[in-house]
Design a protein around this ligand. Structure first.
Ligand SMILES: [Zn+2]
Length: 64
């Protein structure tokens, strides 16, 4: 079974107090995390590269 990683929005203070956790393969989490950041946290298209790199390096191992 492929290993999952996760990013937990609760750990990153935001104006919305978001409680979303995204988990899946690293590539899935990077892609969905980026879309989530864009749609829910109003990140701009030009931040895509930096934000995806940030997600990739901040994703934690998920135990499920
Ligand atoms: Zn969020």
């Amino acid at each position: 079974m492929a290993k999952r990683v996760k990013v937990d929005c609760r750990k990153y203070p935001s104006e919305k107090g978001c409680t979303i956790t995204i988990s899946g393969s690293v590539d899935e989490v990077v892609e969905l995390g980026w879309l989530h950041a864009k749609v829910h946290h109003a990140h701009k298209d030009e931040e895509e590269k930096g934000l995806k790199d940030w997600i990739r390096s901040n994703a934690e191992a998920a135990n499920d």
